[in-house]
Structures are given as structure tokens and as C-alpha cells.
Design a protein around this ligand. Structure first.
Ligand code: SF4
Length: 365
């Protein structure tokens, strides 16, 4: 397996994060290293979060030098960040080895620290209220690039994650293999050992891969962005709904909950004048009544004047309407409002800066 960087920022080395433990084992066997070294290497990379091979002090110097000549442990750089002065929510903009840019966010809420990570550069799905959707899809991220967002934020953030959500740029279920492989590595007991239940894959409704997740009995949590209680409205704000209609999506959710015996989370972004009336709340209850679920209400955070949140009192009424029906429902504050924390917004803002300015912010090791 090779993953060679062509970027001017990286030497012509392979990214060791692209290797599975079996591949690392094969590599070390080829190099005449004892078997336990693979375990030490894996631990150093994923548990100790080492960023260079000098930190592997249990390795002979010659081995560290060989690894350093062939491999890198970090493949991209932070080029911007912005922090909310009110709640500390921090958004990071990274430049990948090929010059692509992606975002990740850390959200602090009491004891909870949520890392929100990207799965694609851009997104092909064009949800109307989303800045990333306007970029289109540039490419999928590799599983290593997905994991590295977590590893880099663990160093930069105030605390390690208690939750990891695939809700950043991109549609995770359109990059299924890399996303599942990344989630597997993040939760690998010998490495980062992150709780599988605390990893959430959030989809706009890629039905075939919701069913695949269920069939493969993936141990991760599933969230579905519902955002409208009827097909016509959903289709208008989420074009993917033409390919995967609402009733089929709800059937896939039923299939998932039955097959996995797990509840699904429905995300519902409130858009003033579009999906936020009490009639909508009633319909939402109606269409989800036989599905074991939790519903997260998220007032929209968009810089597009056509897609704005309803007034607070309307949000509360929407919540009451659903709570009155004894459903599990939570209003999730749209964290980091003032720092443009919704996905794709920092990217768009950064694009306005000249490349010269952006490169000046680089810190090379
Ligand atoms: S909301 Fe998610 S799925 Fe929709 S365009 Fe944005 S990134 Fe893509």
C-alpha cells in the first residue's frame, strides 16, 4: 500500500497512517523487526499520538532513522482557526497535502467535548442551507486524513473528545469504506480505544448505505438529517431526496432500528418559513411515530439570508409540541454561532483571503 504525497509541503514520503496494523506488521517483518515492534509502533501512533519518529524512544536509533526517511506521521497543516468567545467552540481549517482544504470543529459543552470531522473535500449533495454544498465535491478523504483531524485536534484542543461525529464537510456514507475504516481505527482497543457508541455517522439519507450499515452491524451510532416532514419540502432543500425519497428513507430507518436494535437520531434543522411551523412539528411526530428515535432540533446557522432560523419563541413552541407527545427530543444549540461554525463557512471565508496571506500563516516544523 502506498500513499505518496506530491505536495510541495511534504517530502516524497508515505503517510504511515494509511497502513493497517496487518500492513505495518508485514512491513516490519520485511525489515527483519520482531513482531512486538508493530504493537509498539501502533501504540505510539494512535495511543501516545506521537508526531515524529524521534519520540519512539523504545526503538533503536537506526530504526527511527529508517522510519523517518520513508514515512511521515502528519500529512497536513492547520492554516486557520476561529474560536467562539462565548463557548470556546473552535473551528480549524486545514490544508491537505494536495492543497485541498477541509474543516473540523471542537464543541465544548460542560463535560462533553465533541469533535466534528469531515469525510470529503466539499460535498456533492448541495443542501440549500449549507455552505459546503456550494463547493461541490472535490474528492473523498482517505481514512488516514479523516483520523488525522482527530489526532491533530487532540493536541490543539482544550480536551480530548468524548464524542466524535461525522458531521463536517461531506456526506460520510458516500465515502463509506474510508469512513468505516477510520471509525474502526479510532475505536481500535490497542490504539486510540475510542468508544464505538460515541462515534456518530451522520447522513443526509444515502439509503443503500444505511441498509449496508445495518446489514454489517456496524457498532456506531447513526444520525439522519431529516429536515422536513414531507417530500416536496425536503426535495426543495435537499436535492438528494429526489434520488432517495422521504418514505423510502423512513423505511430504511425502520430497517436499521429493527436490524441493529438501536435507536436512530433524526437531525432537524429549523428553517424559518420553510419547515418550522407547528404543523410541521405534528407531521414530524406522525412520520416518525413507529421508529425508535431521538430528534435533535437545530436552529439553522447559515450565512444565506434565505435560510435563517425562526425566532427563539418559535423554536420553543416547536419543542413543546414534540415534547407534549412524550417523545425524546432535544434542542441542540447551534454552537459557535458567532464564529460561522456551520460546515463550509470558514472555508468560504478563508477563500476570500489572498493565497499569500494564507501561506503566511503556515508554521513549518
Ligand atoms: S449538509 Fe452535509 S450532506 Fe448536505 S451539502 Fe452540506 S455537507 Fe453535504
Amino acid at each position: 500500500m502506498t500513499f505518496t504525497f506530491k505536495s510541495k509541503y511534504d517530502l516524497n514520503k508515505e503517510n504511515i497512517l494509511e497502513y493497517t496494523s496487518d500492513e505495518l506488521n508485514a512491513l516490519f517483518t520485511e525489515m527483519g523487526q520482531p513482531g512486538y515492534r508493530t504493537f509498539q509502533l501502533w501504540k505510539g501512533i494512535y495511543s501516545a499520538n506521537y508526531t515524529n519518529f524521534e519520540q519512539f524512544t523504545s526503538f533503536p536509533k537506526t530504526l527511527r532513522n529508517i522510519l523517518d526517511e520513508k514515512f511521515i506521521l502528519r500529512s497536513f497543516k492547520q492554516i486557520d482557526s476561529v474560536q467562539s468567545p462565548t463557548d470556546g467552540t473552535t473551528k480549524y481549517l486545514w490544508e491537505l497535502a494536495d492543497g485541498s482544504k477541509i474543516e473540523s470543529v471542537i464543541i465544548y459543552e460542560g463535560k462533553r467535548t465533541t469533535y466534528c470531522i469531515s469525510s470529503q473535500v466539499g460535498c456533492p449533495l448541495d443542501c440549500k442551507f449549507c455552505a459546503t454544498g456550494k463547493m461541490g465535491l472535490l474528492r473523498n478523504l482517505s481514512h488516514a486524513e479523516i483520523i488525522e483531524q482527530v489526532m491533530q485536534m487532540k493536541v490543539l484542543g482544550k480536551s480530548s473528545p468524548t464524542n466524535i461525529v461525522f458531521m463536517g464537510m461531506g456526506e460520510p456514507l458516500l465515502n463509506y469504506d474510508a469512513v468505516m475504516r477510520a471509525a474502526d481505527v479510532l475505536s481500535e482497543p490497542e490504539g486510540m480505544a475510542f468508544s464505538r457508541k460515541k462515534i456518530t455517522i451522520s447522513t443526509s439519507g444515502i439509503i443503500k448505505n444505511i441498509r449496508r450499515m445495518a446489514d454489517e452491524n456496524r457498532p456506531y451510532s447513526l444520525a439522519i438529517s431529516l429536515n422536513a416532514p414531507e417530500q416536496a419540502v425536503r426535495e426543495a432543500i435537499m436535492p438528494i431526496s429526489r434520488k432517495y425519497p422521504l418514505d423510502e428513507l423512513l423505511n430504511a430507518a425502520r430497517y436499521y432500528t429493527k436490524k441493529t436494535e438501536k435507536r436512530v437520531t433524526f437531525e432537524y434543522v429549523l428553517l424559518n418559513g420553510i419547515n418550522a411551523s407547528l404543523k410541521d412539528a405534528q407531521k414530524l411526530l406522525q412520520i416518525t411515530k413507529d421508529i425508535p428515535c431521538k430528534i435533535n432540533i437545530i436552529p439553522c446557522n447559515s450565512d444565506d439570508p434565505n435560510y435563517q432560523p425562526p425566532p427563539d419563541e418559535q423554536v420553543v413552541k416547536f419543542d413543546r409540541m414534540v415534547n407534549a407527545n412524550q417523545r425524546t427530543i432535544t434542542i441542540r444549540k447551534s454552537k459557535g454561532w458567532e464564529i460561522q461554525a456551520a460546515c463550509g463557512q470558514l472555508y468560504a471565508e478563508n477563500k476570500q483571503k489572498s493565497r499569500k496571506t494564507v501561506f503566511n500563516e503556515y508554521k513549518f516544523d
